[in-house]
Write a protein that binds this ligand. Structure first.
Ligand code: HEM
Length: 497
């Protein structure tokens, strides 16, 4: 018997699984997660290490918390972990996994991703939309100027501006307004509510995903809410697409695609691919990705950057020196000024090191069994890359909890777009963010101009220490309390009009 056991073991050696906390029956380790799961997982990683295995209900989850482990999953074995798990949010809020964010790895995802990279996010296309970004930015800065001397809630202005910038590039500017009109189906505030609801529902722990026999009961009511918010988005996109189609087929006019949705509709009409057809449903899913992927993430990054600058007068003074030297006082910061503004760039990197809109990358999913760093990871394991933890890793960052943009100056080669695994705000590899060029153009010019164009005065009784740095969790993580602050113009008045 002893011999046959030894032979069995040699043929099927026991699996070496990553260390981790002991799961409880039924719930697994779910009870160990707080409302900010990235922080709970960060604390667990201090005990169990840079790669650990947990159970979320009956599902196996592996968490990577160091640059080395992120590289294992996103580069060394990228082909194995390039899928997404089939969670309810992808089914009910991602057009049944047809949007690119939630699509499983395969021909449909590959096709959508190729369209983004070769048709939507090319430098030529992004340059062609620069005039829209300039116009929207000036509207935003003029709106703030109109409130000079009064406290304003910055978040409201930033959100409105990022939504109008992205939606004008994707859809045109006629579908939103303060109130519903003939052409605007929803008001801006309603659309923001829809985005908020979508973000919350894409960030929640939906019990039915983890304990499948409870799925049909929808105990938390999340699936019902997912269906309701998706219906609202779908009605909106149906309207927008019908409107663009009508414009496209106007008799006697030569159609030239103007917005991103036009490009997608043209591709859909010309598509002769027998394997994966770009249907109208798929076009809606791609539009949905662009609208949802771009607005909140960029706005939250701008907000965190402003909070950090205002808390650090020394950083603000150095940024102002750079602005006055490179831009002067007679014009606004433009996109082509970026290469001359290394300190602004360092501030944005430092903000994204500490305050990621997505503190953990969207979940990855093992397509097959794989050995990672000596551990056996089974097919269908869900992988979380904790980039919040990675940005604070003491082996890679001195004073990891301090806000020090200077760390990115003086010969630092650290890149934030996926080549360097110590800083992963946009992920890396096959599933890395396709929209990062657009996002960085928006964030850099907005932050630069907000400090170039205005002094920011705290309302009476408020000090820089009162600025909220507490995180509120959803799919994206923003400051719990938005800042209210008084703008004071610092450039010649004609520039604000
Ligand atoms: C500061 C702004 C942004 C941040 C921090 C950000 C971050 C991310 C992250 C972390 C991922 C997941 C990467 C992974 O799973 O490995 C992602 C994916 C994605 N992002 Fe962004 N993003 C931003 C802006 C944008 C913009 C402007 C767009 C489009 C308009 C966009 C569209 C997408 C899409 C479609 C995906 C899914 C890619 C896939 O699964 O293949 N993002 N983004």
């Amino acid at each position: 018997m002893v011999i046959s056991k030894k032979v069995r073991e040699r043929r099927n050696p026991p699996k070496r699984i990553p260390p981790g906390p002991k799961p409880w029956p039924i719930v697994g380790n779910l009870h160990q997660l707080s409302s900010l799961p990235h922080k709970s997982l960060h604390l667990l990683a201090q005990k169990y290490g840079e790669i650990m295995q947990l159970k979320y209900g009956s599902r196996t989850v592996v968490v990577a918390s160091s640059p080395k482990m992120a590289e294992e999953f996103l580069k060394t074995h990228d082909n194995v972990f390039a899928s997404r798990p089939p969670l309810a949010s992808g089914k009910y809020t991602g057009y049944n996994y047809q949007d690119i964010t939630w699509a499983p790895y395969g021909p449909h995802w590959r096709k959508g991703r190729k369209i983004y990279l070769t048709e939507i996010f090319t430098l030529k296309r992004l340059d062609s939309f620069e005039s829209i970004r300039v116009e929207e930015r000036l509207n935003f800065l003029s709106g703030i100027y109109a409130e000079s001397g009064n406290p304003i809630v910055l978040r409201n202005h930033i959100r409105r501006y990022t939504l109008s910038s992205i939606s004008r590039m994707v859809l045109s500017d006629k579908y939103f307004s303060d109130h519903k009109t003939d052409t605007s189906l929803v008001s801006i505030s309603e659309f923001h509510e829809m985005i908020d609801e979508w973000m919350v529902l894409n960030g929640v722990l939906n019990i039915g995903d983890w304990i499948p026999w409870l799925r049909n009961f929808d105990l938390q009511g999340y699936v019902k809410r997912m269906k309701a918010v998706s219906d609202k988005f779908d009605a909106f996109y149906n309207y927008v697409i019908a409107d663009h189609m009508a414009k496209k087929h106007l008799p006697g006019k030569n159609f030239v695609p103007k917005e991103m949705v036009d490009v997608l509709l043209q591709l859909s009409e010309d598509d002769i691919d027998p394997e994966v057809k770009l249907t109208l449903e798929a076009v809606k899913a791609l539009v949905h990705d662009l609208m949802l992927g771009g607005t909140d993430t960029s706005g939250i990054t701008i907000e965190w950057t402003i909070h950090e600058i205002l808390r650090h007068p020394r950083v603000l003074a150095t940024l102002r020196e750079e602005l006055d030297k490179v831009i002067g006082r007679e014009r606004w910061v433009q996109e082509n000024d970026f290469p001359q503004m290394p300190y602004l760039e360092a501030i944005i990197k430092e903000t994204l090191r500490l305050h990621l809109p997505s503190p953990m990358l969207a979940p990855h999913f093992a397509l097959e069994d794989c050995n990672v760093a000596g551990y056996d990871i089974s097919k269908e394991t869900i992988i979380f890359i904790n980039s919040w933890s990675i940005g604070r890793h003491p082996d890679h960052w001195d004073d990891p909890y301090e806000f020090k943009p200077e760390r990115f100056l003086q010969g630092s080669e650290i890149n934030m777009t996926g080549q360097d695994f110590t800083l992963l705000p946009f992920g890396s590899g096959r599933r890395g963010c396709p929209g990062y060029t657009l996002a960085l153009r928006l964030v850099r010019t907005t932050v630069g101009n907000m400090f170039h164009g205005f002094n920011w005065i705290f309302p009476e009784g408020m000090r820089s220490e009162d600025i909220c740095m507490v995180e509120r969790f959803g799919l994206t993580t923003c400051p719990e309390v938005p800042i209210s602050i008084i703008p004071e113009p610092r450039l010649p008045i004609h520039l604000y009009k």
